[in-house]
Design a protein around this ligand. Sequence first.
Ligand code: ATP
Ligand code: MG
Length: 561
Amino acid sequence: MSDSPKALNFIEHIIEEDLAKGFSKSDLRFRFPPEPNGYLHIGHASSICLNFGLGERYSAPVNLRFDDTNPAKEEQAFVDAIKRDVHWLGYEWNTERYASDYFQQLYDWAIDLIKQNKAYVDSQSSEEMALQKGTPTEEGVDGPYRNRSVEENLKLFQEMKDGKFQEGEHVLRAKIDMASTNMLMRDPIIYRVLHKAHHRTNTDWCIYPMYDWTHGESDYIEQVSHSLCTLEFLPHRELYDWFLDQVCEENKVRPKQREFARRNLSHTVVSKRKLLQLVEQNVVNSWDDPRMPTISGLRRRGYTPESIRNFADTIGIAKRENLIDVSLLEFHVREHLNKIAPRVMAVLDPLKIVITNYPEGKEEWLTAENNPEDEAAGSREVPFSREIYIEKADFREEANKKFFRLKLGREVRLKNGYIIKAESCTKDEEGNVIEVQCTYDEKSKSGSGTEESLRKVKGTLHWVSIKHALTSEIRLYDRLFTDESPDTHKDKDFMDFVNPESLKTITGYLEPSLKAAKPEDRIQFQRLGYFCVDKDSTSEKLVINRTVGLRDSWAKIQEKN
Ligand code: ATP
Ligand code: MG
């Protein structure tokens, strides 16, 4: 992260105004509040960086709060994954909290509401309640149970808690205003019966508080000063405040809800529900499939925490939704990996080269620099021998002047090695070149200091010695969706846009220095792109993911604009 002072975003302006009005800096407190119903995705990274970034800027605590009020969809495995991902991104939370820790307090407050005649048990079906709710242009009407006595409400609510009713038989509603212009204020449900075991409270409860009732009160319990959420909660703010009015004491911090726009990324979906669909329908292999826009998928793909944080920092936060091109994310990982990834040679589409004047059986080890961007990265040795592979695309029998790679009668330099010249080639029955015979200039070895070693030829190719090469499985990824914005079409489902060719598996030939590579090691295959060792690797065989190619399509888009 850079040290240069950055312009304040609009949330920081709101905080600065509060401080200017006398709010004590030591009372600032934030939270990141995921629901453990799936894995975190790149959209969440924006919220994480925002909240933890504020914590850093103001030296204020940031809680990790699990909003776990829906046992039907939540799991301990998701809690674990979320913690792992936030940590991996490089953030430390102050305390780990759970909305479920507050179930008793929320229940007690609900009893208070009933006693003050501000909540009642409604015993209608959800269809009946929906009919009475009205529309945005038409006021709602009071239901038949709205004026139940406090005693009856207390008794029924107790029985709801005691498990005497089936799901849907009764709900507890806040008694606010059925004529409010804000539909959410028309007696919102605050408790429902759910006979489901919860991943933390098990079967202690069979009534569960609704999100709106839980969220603001949890913020209050934790004394969160600024509760930041995405724009769809803007109409909920009035309700958030109404609920706080019921419990807030004078000498306590009263949380303030403010909203920012969701971040959407092109060619993917950022919604846990939709990502779950991709996993359940086996479109991808798992939540951390390298094609997924989840934090763990990006991690497995080879992204670094720094690159994700820099991306989130660059796009910042906004008041309106817009689509961020995935190439901007790729730009950031390329930028970081360029600094840190060791360079190695690998051939992914091999063509055999025989160097006819190189002695059979001879081998030598050539010195290769690990990272021209980082002197401290040092160097390694790569073996050279009479038979090597180059990429098929790097040879043509004939080509025009602009083709600076290998062609018959012309020279190229082998990276870290010799200058070779193509003399002849062998073809199969269909006319495909299957072998090229070359000669090499013995005195031209890179770094040997001879006049020939300094000789400039147009074109340098990467290569691997065939007999020394490691064979590995290479997974090449493409966009998961063919459409830029797959979940915004009225007449089509996002699943209709799944790219059937988002994964291509090939065999690659790697220089032997990679023998010691471990899962999550990130490397650059010279001239090909950035790659990352996958956890599916075994001691016999490496499995390697392509993170991103070397070409920067983002810069091109920028130039055009
Ligand atoms: P999803 O629809 O993917 O489940 P969510 O908003 O329901 O998203 P939560 O677990 O409730 O997911 O989100 C935790 C926090 O992250 C919330 O404050 C939410 O507003 C924020 N968040 C979620 N998605 C995005 C996004 N795409 N961009 C920015 N913030 C997001
Ligand atoms: Mg949600």
